[in-house]
Design a protein around this ligand. Structure first.
Ligand code: NAP
Ligand code: ZN
Length: 348
């Protein structure tokens, strides 16, 4: 067993603190990764604070992991020592399950999350990327394109794939009007990706304070949702709205911005349920849908797409000791646009 150092939540109401734990011995099909950077996702906050009611403690959050391979098991063929790799939101899935679907493994019941879960045997807790090393099965490790800076590529492993997957599924591309609701960690990646796919992109943000950034990152239009005029001006406009907001907002008001046959896809996950009126859907044959991350295959496709289009996240790099303050800033929408932990700061 190797000793790993990290930061953990020990309880829903306490700040994260330094934590030492053991990483399992690598098996023949495992890759050992020295973690260099880890993005800070809003889901880390939801789970560290038990807002989804499924938290196990101690919890080492972090599922936007990038680093360098330091060892590989004897049957590993895809990776070698020194490779730049990533690990996203899950580290195992329904192996041997009859319904196993490699194009949609994120929706399979046997999914094992990178943290706040238990590995295949159901006994060993999984600990995430707010730590200096991780041991992951080869099939759940991603290759990071050489031309992408490792620190700014980290958020692609969750924020990137979470927007790429629904944009692809709902065929974002030329001639399509796409709105990204919320210009945060997920939202700003949605702007970059939808723009690169050729869609006409609108940001719907609470205010116009990030308008200049939104337009620079690829948005064609930018509106404030605090202005009631926005909802009049944009009624019936969009083919696709991707909602990254985790607050309980009025989904009916946004559904009304869809064209006939338009879809609103939820990726943000509010703590409580939100009522939807049938009249928000029925008269326009509109759909309200959800989407969760993407498969390993699609995540690699997204990384390669980002490599081709030189897409990475806009980041603010922090030391791990600043994580609790960073959480507070994410909650105030005060991050431009993703915090990334420099894991070297764990060793300082
Ligand atoms: P984030 O950086 O905090 O971004 C969320 C954005 O929502 C904020 O930047 C803000 O944008 C907007 N917002 C915040 N409070 C709001 C309010 N009261 N009313 C309206 N808009 C508000 O968070 P994130 O990391 O992007 O994650 C967003 C959500 O997605 C979280 O619930 C997270 O758990 C979830 N998530 C889901 C998946 C998935 O697979 N489905 C994957 C990762 C994360 P403006 O300032 O522009 O208004
Ligand atoms: Zn995430």
């Amino acid at each position: 067993m190797a000793i790993a150092r990290g930061y953990a939540a020990t309880d829903a109401s306490k700040p994260l603190t330094p934590f030492t734990f053991e990483r399992r011995e690598p098996n023949a099909d495992d890759v050992v990764i020295s973690i260099q950077y880890c993005g800070v996702c809003h889901s880390d906050i939801h789970q560290a604070r038990n807002e989804w009611g499924n938290s196990h403690y101690p919890m080492v959050p972090g599922h936007e992991i990038v680093g360098t391979v330091t060892a590989v098991g004897s049957s590993v063929t895809k990776f070698k020592i020194g490779d730049h790799v990533g690990v996203g939101c899950f580290v195992d899935s329904c192996v041997g399950c009859a319904a196993r679907d490699l194009d949609n493994e994120q929706y399979m019941p046997g999914l094992v999350q990178t943290y706040n879960d238990f590995e295949a045997a159901g006994k060993t807790p999984t600990y995430g990327g707010y730590s200096d090393s991780i041991v992951v099965k080869e099939g759940y490790v991603l290759s990071i394109p050489d031309n992408l800076p490792l620190d700014a590529a980290a958020p692609l492993l969750c924020a990137g794939i979470t927007l790429y997957s629904p944009l692809r599924h709902w065929n974002a591309g030329p001639g399509m009007k796409v709105a990204i609701l919320g210009m945060g960690g997920l939202g700003h990646m949605g702007v970059k990706l939808a723009h690169a796919m050729g869609a006409d992109v609108t940001v719907l943000s609470q205010s116009l304070s990030k308008k200049e950034d939104g337009l620079r990152l690829g948005a064609d239009h930018y509106y404030a949702t605090s202005d009631a005029e926005t909802f009049k001006a944009l009624a019936g406009t969009f083919d696709l709205i991707i909602c990254t907001v985790s607050a309980e907002i009025d989904w009916n008001a946004y559904l009304n911005l869809l064209k006939v046959n338009g879809s609103m896809v939820l990726v943000g996950v509010p703590e409580h349920s939100v009522p939807v009126h049938a009249f928000s859907l029925v008269p326009g044959r509109r759909s309200l849908a959800g989407s969760m991350i993407g498969s390993i295959k699609e995540t690699q496709e997204m990384l390669d797409f980002c490599g081709e289009h030189n897409i990475v996240s806009e980041i603010e790099k922090i030391n791990i000791s600043e994580i609790n303050e960073a959480y507070e800033r994410v909650l105030k929408s005060d991050v431009r646009y993703r915090f990334v932990i420099d894991i070297a700061s764990l060793k300082a």
